[in-house]
Each structure stands twice: as C-alpha cells, then as structure tokens.
Design a protein around this ligand. Structure first.
Ligand code: IVH
Length: 687
C-alpha cells in the first residue's frame, strides 16, 4: 500500500521523538533543543487530531496520561518476582560464591556485577514488541497494574526497536523505576514552594509518583527506568547469558544496568564492589549496593533457588550511612493509643543525600540504655528508607551540664498522669479525651487504609478538633455544616463537597470501619478477618475473646485486645453513635440464601496464608460455590495463593479470572459482589 504524505510525516515525527526521548532519558545525550522537540510534538498532535485513524497507543503523544482510575487492578506475575539475599563483607561474598560454584557442578563461574539502584521493581510486558502492561512487584506473586502510569515514563519504550529483525512474541522486562538525585531535588523544591510535603528520598518519590491514580500526575514526574533482566520470553530465543540479556535489552532501546561488568574471578568481583562503594556519591542516582549474578543462565538454573531468593545472585549491601550531629531537643509525640513516643530533634544533617532532622528514640528504656541527653553529639544512621536512628552517643563531646533525660510522668498534651504497666516498654496516657490522641485517632479513622474520607485531611481534622467541632470519630458524621461553611478558607462549596465525602463514607465495607476504630493490634488484615467472620459490629461487639481467637490467623493477644475494646463502655457508646449517625456497621450479604457465590465454579491453587485449603473450600461452599480441581473454560474463578503454578497459567490462557488470597477474602466477606470481583479481574486482563 502506498503511504500518504501524512502517514509518512506522522511516522517520521514519531521516530524522531522516540529517538530524542531515548537520547535524553536513556543515553543522557540530548541532540535537540527543547524548542525543536516541542515543535515536533505539536505537529504530531495536530496531525493526529486531524487524522484520528492514524492514532496508535504507541505514539509518543499518548504518554501524557490516560483518565484517572479509582484503584489498581492486580496482576499475578507469570513468574514470581524474587528478592535478593545480602552479603555485607568480602568473607560473606566469598562464601556465597563458593556455594554457587559447588551447586553449579562447574569448575569455574563467571559473574556480572551491576549497581543496585534504589527505586522500585517493575515488570513490563511487551506483546509482539508493543508495550502491553506493567506491574509493581507487590508481594512478589501479585502486583498492581500500573500500565497507564508507566506509559508516561519516557525511558520506557512503548515499542521495542527492532534492529536485528527479531522481536519475541512476549517478553517481560524487569527493572527498577527510580528518580535521579537532581530531578528529585528539583521536584521537592517545586512541591515545597507550592506548600506541599516533600518526599523523604528519591525512592519514596519514585514510588509515590508511580502509584498516582491520575496518570497525568505521574506524567509530570521525572521518573526513569533501568532494566536489569528478562522475566521470561515466549516465542523467541532466551539469551544464553545475563550479559547477553543486557545487550539484547540495550538493543531494544532500554537502559540496561549501567556499568555492568563481567568477571571470572571472585576477587575482581569484590574489587568492583569496593569501587562502586567509593563512587556511590558521584553517581546521578542512589544505589544501596551492588548486585552480583552468575552470568550463565543454564548455570543459574543448576544453582537454583531457596524460598523466594535465587542462590545464583546476591547483593553486596553498603554499610549503613552514618553521620554525627547534635541532639537539640527530645520531645514526646502522643500516639493514637496514647503511647508517649520520645523523638529526638537533631541539628539537620545530610546523610547520603537526605536531610535528617529527627530520629526515633523508641521508648524510655532505649534512651536510658544509650544514655542520650539533650546537647549530646550522636552518631545517626539511615539505612534504606528506615527512619533514622541514633546509634550511639560520643561521650567525649558531651557538654558538662547535660542532664540525663527523663520520661515525663504526665502527658505533654493533656497534662494527665501517664502510666507504664509492668512488662510494657511504653508509657501511656489513659485519658480518653486527650486532644493529641483524639487527633491521632481521627487521622487513622479518615486515612486511606481505613474509612478513606477523601477531602477531610489531617490538617482540617485537627482544626475541627481544636474548634471543638469533633471530639471523636462519630462526630465527623454529625458535623454542623452551616458552621463549617462559615469558617475561614472553607465556604459553602467546600463545605458541601466535604459533606458529600462524609456521606459517602457512611457506606464503607465493615472491615474498614473495624480497622478505623483503632483497636490495638488490629490492622487491615485482622479487620478483614473479623468482618468476614462476624459480618456486623453488633455480632463482633458481643463476641468473646475465645470466639475471636478461634479465627484462623488471629492469635490470643489480638483476640483479647479486641474483646476488651468492645467491653469498654465509651467504645460501645461510640459504636452506637456511629450507628445512630447512619454509618453502616454490617456487611450486606445475600441474606435469603446466604449463598452469594451460588452457581460459581472455583479452583484453588497455591498456598494460602490466612487459612488452610480445606477451610477455604468449606467457606466457599458455604457461600454457594462449587469447588473443582482443574481449570476449564467453565471455571468462573481461580484463586491463586503463593507459588501457584500451572493452574494459574492455564487460567490465564483460557482467560479465566484469577484472584489472589486478598481477593478470596474479599469474596468470602461478601463485601464485593462476585460480578465486581470478576470485573476487576477482567479489567486487569484487558489492561
Ligand atoms: S535482580 C533475581 N538486579 O533489588 C533477583 N535487582 O532485593 C531479582 N534491584 O526487588 C532482582 N537493582 O528492585 C536485581 N541490578 C539489579 C537490581 C535489583 C536493584 C532491586 C529490585 C529487587 C531488589 C531485590
């Protein structure tokens, strides 16, 4: 077919823009000015809008970001995404190599060293060379479908460059999504200038940016991608070595493990580790170690895996980064449970590119054990994204008048006595009306993981508490909206929007409400189990600690804390007030038959964590499902636990929806109809 002028022009523009993106984001060698780039984009956009039939999803104009979504579908990784064992010294590295050699049965091994970039792992799937979908690592088995967001990342080709005539049918490329140090600093400057909250470090910034529900926000974030391996290839040849895989990826236009080198002597490997360590601060991105992999892919398979880690690879982790600084003050934060948490205010110090001004002190015994005093010079350590810690005091530099620190015996927020029980590390403020606790409890209740009240942020909630408009979480639902519309900076529209958000949050699934109540030890997972078993707050409130403890996955401590919580009159009163305000406190289930999975054929595969297989089968049956053992076109749903094998693969082949254990729990709770679960699963398939 003869190409029209327009078709040729569109193809040329796309090829140029793709090349310029590659030069800029992958090779770091731009060859055009911003003005030229913008002009080409503009022309392409105009041509595409005049000729919509020429538009394809791979066009560089399509990176700007699709419509916002409410959540991410889950993707079960066809091959699990593994993690790496660590070595911290030359000796440990040698021992690792010895074992690899022994397991390989060979008499020597070649190794590849590459930087361990500090970002987040993602898997990109290309079908016939076209970007098809991309997912986070998640728990290694199931990740989130973040395709729309990944499309906006210019270092990720939307179409593989076919320079040597061969593109596999399916290829899954694995690598690290990250942000460069300078891009990170610029992004944070912009955020803080606009009054927003800065990200802690480039890793958090990258993770936060790619988990946006609105891809147009991701599109504005300076994300990069470096590939470090191939997950799998279908209908195509797998390269024989890791080094060859990296070359193949580079040929497709990916940046692939920069500075990767191949060695046939473990002493050279160690030298390479030391060189990376010495250079780490000069690199444009943060690295927290060096990954060492056996080069030969057949030998990799010989050497094998243990649990969720390959034995053919390991990471040399750099020693934690330490700095000295001065403790300017020790303050107490009151937690939601009333715990008094000591926190050190430090003279700000830069540790590995991050400014550190606070360090957690855990509890009073910890402060006493390390004898940390106000005015002390201390060694502070930041390891990965862990909260900075004080390693030790440099006693020689202690001011003469520094006094040992003592935990206050009164709550700094409400002034009431704080108690420490025998055997407890923490001291607690037991005043139920303590404003600091109130605020923390309300923050927890409205948070994304609990009742998820969009529009009511922590600051606004604090303001309502300070104004006496909210005393506890039930008051949120009976707010005086007229009074709120009168508040400075709010007005009728904001008040009306907020009211809508609050109304919408009356109808959340039961587990969210249970989680939001802030019962000690009851996180999301336990809350789901409780909602699943009891189906209403009334039933849970009247359950004994034994009944609660009988749930698989809930131990005696959690059971006791839960039962005790609901014995407390103020808590029972709170629940009643929530009910009176119209908050839904029971999960709607198909009451008539109690069989909301009626007619549904389910196959279970893989290991489950929160229940046994027979238990899961029993509960599915009670909900009306048929259980079968093999996957066919007639299967409605496959539940894939840990290490699910061929059945999950078969399901994907037959396009049967697959859910993980979390999906199963949702399904059993009756909180989401089967149709909704299936819709979510099919959305995931089509993405
Ligand atoms: S290989 C087979 N290579 O480190 C092992 N991982 O703890 C799978 N990472 O989740 C990973 N740079 O996010 C590998 N060159 C590299 C890496 C790398 C960073 C991260 C990755 C993974 C974690 C493993």
């Amino acid at each position: 077919m003869v190409q029209s002028f327009v078709q040729r022009r569109v193809a040329d523009l796309r090829a140029s823009i793709d090349r310029w993106n590659h030069e800029y984001y992958v090779l770091d060698q731009p060859t055009v000015t911003d003005a030229e780039y913008d002009a080409a984009m503009r022309e392409l956009r105009e041509l595409e809008s005049a000729h919509p039939e020429l538009l394809t999803p791979e066009s560089p104009t399509q990176r700007v970001g699709a419509a916002a979504t409410t959540g991410f579908a889950e993707i079960v990784h066809p091959r699990p995404m593994l993690s790496l064992s660590n070595v911290f010294s030359r000796e440990e590295l040698l021992a690792w190599a010895q074992r690899a050699l022994r397991l390989s049965g060979a008499n020597r091994l070649a190794f590849v060293t590459e930087p361990k970039i500090d970002g987040l792992a993602v898997a990109l799937t290309y079908v016939d060379g076209i970007f098809h979908h991309g997912a986070t690592r998640g728990d290694g088995t199931t990740g989130d479908d973040i395709s729309a967001n990944l499309r906006t990342v210019r270092a990720i080709p939307l179409q593989l460059r076919n320079q040597n005539g061969h593109i596999p049918g399916v290829i899954e490329v694995r690598g690290e999504l990250y942000m460069r140090k300078d891009d990170f600093a610029r992004l944070n400057d912009g955020i803080t200038a606009a009054g927003g909250k800065a990200f802690m470090n480039p890793r958090n910034a990258a993770a936060g940016s790619v988990r946006q529900k609105d891809p147009s926000i991701t599109a504005g974030r300076p994300l990069r991608f470096i590939s470090y391996g191939i997950g799998y290839i279908e209908r195509g040849q797998t390269p024989p070595t890791h080094a060859a895989a990296l070359e193949l990826l580079r040929g497709y236009d990916f940046e692939a493990s920069p500075g990767a080198e191949c060695w046939d002597d473990i002493d050279r490997v160690w030298e390479a580790c030391e060189i990376w360590q010495a250079r780490r601060h000069d690199l444009p991105y943060e690295i927290d170690g060096v990954v060492i992999k056996v080069d030969d892919l057949r030998q990799q398979e010989e050497i094998g895996y243990v649990a969720r880690e390959p034995r053919w690879a390991t990471a040399y982790k750099f020693p934690a980064i330490q700095q000295t600084t001065v403790v300017e003050n020790i303050v107490i934060n009151v937690g939601r449970t009333g715990s008094l948490n000591p926190l050190a205010h430090l003279r700000p110090v830069n540790i590995g590119g991050v400014t550190v001004g606070r360090a957690t002190l855990h509890n009073e015994d910890e402060v006493a054990r390390k004898d940390i005093r106000i005015g002390d010079t201390v060694v502070v350590q930041r390891a990965g994204d862990v909260i900075p810690q004080i390693v030790k005091v440099i006693e020689e530099r202690r001011p003469a008048d520094a006094q040992p620190w003592r935990m206050p015996e009164h709550c700094p927020s409400c002034g009431q006595p704080a108690f420490r029980e025998l055997g407890e590390a923490m001291r607690y403020c037991t005043n139920a009306t303590c404003p600091a606790q109130r605020k923390e409890r309300i923050h927890h209740f409205i948070s994304r993981g609990a009742m998820d009240i969009a529009g009511l942020g922590e600051k606004l909630a604090d303001r309502f508490v300070d104004l006496g408009l909210i005393r506890d979480v039930a008051d949120i639902y009976t707010l005086d909206w007229e009074a709120i519309a009168e508040l400075d900076g709010l007005g009728t529209t904001s008040a009306a929007n907020l009211r809508k958000a609050v109304e919408a949050a009356k109808d959340r699934p039961l587990w969210r409400l249970i989680h939001g109540l802030g019962i000690r030890h009851v996180g999301e997972r336990t809350a789901r189990l409780l909602a699943d078993r009891f189906a209403s707050l009334d039933a849970l409130m009247n359950a004994s600690s034994d009944e609660i403890g009988a749930i698989s996955g809930i131990g005696p401590i959690i059971a006791k804390a839960t039962a005790e919580f609901f014995q407390e009159p103020p808590n029972r009163d709170l629940v009643q007030r929530l009910q009176a305000a119209g908050v839904k406190t029971a999960d709607g289930r198909d009451g008539a038959s109690g069989a909301w999975l009626h007619g549904c054929t389910v196959v279970l595969t893989g290991r489950l964590d929160t229940m046994t297989r027979p238990e899961a089968e029993e509960r599915l049956r009670q909900a009306g499902a048929n259980i079968t053992s093999s996957v066919s076109k007639k299967t409605s749903l496959v539940v894939a636990g840990e290490d699910a094998g061929s059945k999950a693969a078969k399901a994907r082949e037959l396009k049967v929806p697959v859910v993980d254990e979390r999906g199963l729990i949702t399904l059993l709770s009756g909180e989401m109809a089967l149709a909704e679960v299936l819709a979510a699963a099919s959305e995931q398939r089509e993405a």
